[in-house]
Design a protein around this ligand. Structure first.
Ligand code: SF4
Length: 280
């Protein structure tokens, strides 16, 4: 039985866009880059789930699905709204669980109690936390609107409720060098993290980050496929055992991406990283 995630846009907002903690969002954020073609904000959750199932139809003989609330901050709404959206996804045939992506400052006891209650109904539930970096000077520079302390507290709180956490990290944020990035492995090693999704910073057209990159390229690591692969391999080797790597790199649509352009498929990037890890 193959378990396939279906990406959903739950119609949520983000406290770093609506003014609760900030306006204008993180400087690297381009919301249009969040969603695959089958996932449209104006469609209902059920429609998105059915479109996603159709998209993956026939890929494997037998499939079950996880509803992956990926866009924006998917725990950022009144509890009743969250409950309705999650339940709508879970009511779709062959959906066996939820993955909820959110920000560290959008996690609290009430949200976690709701997710635990869903798990107690027999569904699998996991949380993805966009920490991006554990360096506060970088978080401030990219207008992230939360601190590393909030990330650490959110990870610990999820763990207290028995919910597995996948941390998102971004490599190559302005002002960070290789050593800064590698040092984050030590921070993660001390935290109850189940898995990790690593992304290279992608400079996307139309973002404030694109302007900053044009003006101060010297503040950014300029990755080639090889330097990025080596960094990720070194980072993963520094991690304690037991942290699963779910993703080694990301790929924005070509027409949105300014840099870095590796010029190869994501599977090739991943293969290069794995080869380096196997070698050492
Ligand atoms: S928290 Fe997420 S949705 Fe909000 S501005 Fe940052 S990247 Fe965009």
């Amino acid at each position: 039985m193959k378990l396939q995630k279906i990406m959903l846009d739950g119609g949520f907002s983000c406290p770093n866009r609506d003014g609760r903690v900030g306006q204008g969002g993180c400087t690297f954020c381009l919301c249009e880059s969040f969603n695959p073609a089958y996932c449209r904000r104006h469609s209902t959750i059920t429609e998105q789930m059915e479109a996603g199932k159709k998209f993956f139809e026939g890929k494997y003989p037998r499939m079950q699905y996880l509803a992956y609330f990926q866009a924006y901050s998917s725990t950022y709404a009144p509890l009743e709204v969250l409950r309705r959206r999650y339940d709508e996804a879970l009511a779709v045939e062959d959906v066996v669980g939820l993955v909820v992506a959110t920000r560290p400052d959008c996690i609290d006891d009430d949200v976690l109690a709701l997710l635990v209650s869903i798990r107690e109904r027999g569904y699998s539930v996991a949380i993805e936390l966009g920490c991006e970096t554990f360096h506060d000077r970088t978080l401030a520079r990219v207008n992230r609107g939360h601190t590393s302390r909030q990330s650490v507290e959110a990870i610990r709180l999820c763990h207290k409720y028995g919910l597995p956490v996948t941390v998102h990290l971004m490599f190559g944020l302005p002002g960070e060098d290789r050593d800064d990035i590698l040092a984050e492995a030590d921070i993660l090693n001390a935290l109850p993290v189940a898995s990790l999704k690593i992304h290279q910073l992608q400079i996307l057209r139309g973002t404030r980050m694109a302007r900053e990159w044009e003006e101060r390229k010297e503040d950014f690591l300029s990755f080639t496929l090889d330097t990025y692969a080596q960094l990720v391999a070194d980072f993963v080797q520094r991690l304690r055992g037991g942290i699963r790597i779910e993703r080694f790199a990301s790929s924005a649509p070509k027409d949105m991406l300014i840099s870095p352009r590796f010029g190869v498929k994501q599977s090739v990037v991943e293969a290069r990283i794995r080869a380096l890890m196997d070698k050492s």
